[in-house]
Each structure stands twice: as C-alpha cells, then as structure tokens.
Write a protein that binds this ligand. Sequence first.
Ligand SMILES: Cc1cc2nc3c(=O)[nH]c(=O)nc-3n(C[C@H](O)[C@H](O)[C@H](O)COP(=O)(O)O)c2cc1C
Length: 190
Amino acid sequence: MAKILAFAGSTREGSFNHAIVNVAAEGAKEAGAQVTVINLADYAMPLFNEDEEAKFGIPERAKALKALMIEHDGFLIASPEYNSSYPALLKNAIDWASRMDEGEKPLAAYRGKVAGIMAASAGGLGGMRVLVVLRMLLENLGVIVAPNQKAIAKVDSLIGENHKLIDEKTITQLKTLGKQTAELATKIAN
Ligand SMILES: Cc1cc2nc3c(=O)[nH]c(=O)nc-3n(C[C@H](O)[C@H](O)[C@H](O)COP(=O)(O)O)c2cc1C
C-alpha cells in the first residue's frame, strides 16, 4: 500500500483544517496505507526569496519537508481559503519544495504523486474556491489530484471538544476521500 503524507495549510492552534486532514488520514490508514501526519509549524521556513536562496541555499526545514514529500507516494492536503485562494504558508512551503537540489530530478516532490484535497471554513462555501486553485497548482507541478474532493461548510458547528470533528456524515466522507487517495496512489506507484 501507498505511503501518504498528510498536512494542513494552517498552523493555527485549533485549526479546522488540521481537524479534517486528521480524519482523512484515518481513512487512508484504515485502507492500509502508511500515513505520516505533519504540522507545517514544525517546518517553519522563510518567505521565499531567490537572492537569499542563492546566498544561503535551501533552508534545512524546507529540505526536510521536500525529503518527506519525495519518500511518500501521495498527499492529503487540507487548505484554508484565504480571499478565495490558498494561504501564503501553504504556497511558500510548496514553492520551497519545488526547488531542486544537486542530483535531484526536477519537481521530484511532485511528479507522479497523487493528492486528495479538502478545505474547511466556518463560511457557507466551505472553502470550495481554494480547491479550484489548489487543484490547478498541484496539477501544474505534476501531481495527479483525485477527482473526489471535500469542502466543509460551517465547520465550526461540526467540531467538538479537543478540536475534533464530531459529525458522523462528514467523518465518513473524509475517510472515503482518504481511502480513495491511498488506493489511487497505490495504483500509480505500482
Ligand atoms: C486573510 C483571511 C482571508 C480569509 N478569506 C476567506 C475566504 O475567502 N473564504 C472563507 O471561507 N474563509 C476565509 N477566511 C476565514 C478562514 O476560512 C478561517 O479563518 C479558517 O478557520 C482558517 O482555517 P484554519 O481553521 O484551518 O486555520 C479568511 C481568513 C483570513 C485570515
């Protein structure tokens, strides 16, 4: 079975997107995938600047994130919607992981990988607009994005104590997305 890396494009304590990506990760695990859930707070990196990259190279934490992405077959990504798009945090991490080190193939963290994407918002659209641009971004990098996706509206009403999702219908939908992403990643990897 595939190796899946799961993360949210938010480092906010109590992030709704962390809550949903954890559930999708459970679904991938239940389908037999080997799943690693990370928090981008542990991979804090400077805002990308080509001059600084030329002077100092790729920061260690960006290299660590890229290495993790390379060693996994697919991703589960939950993104907040900021002004109809992805947050700078997520785009910055994606940009750093697109930079090539010596001996690496171009876009090694992306090409041939699979992604399952989701969003959560307290608003009525659930972040569905960010999924349009996130899908396009990932596909332009060579990632195969699973056809199914999930935007969860009014997510604040679906979260219980400990910032965990409590709505059974949403839990089932997210687990299905995790399972489908793992299955697709397994097919592509073999
Ligand atoms: C700068 C900014 C822009 C936002 N724009 C949108 C938006 O376009 N659509 C939306 O549904 N929510 C928007 N929000 C609200 C976020 O969806 C909300 O803060 C969400 O909880 C962030 O995800 P998280 O809980 O995973 O941190 C915005 C929030 C910020 C800070």
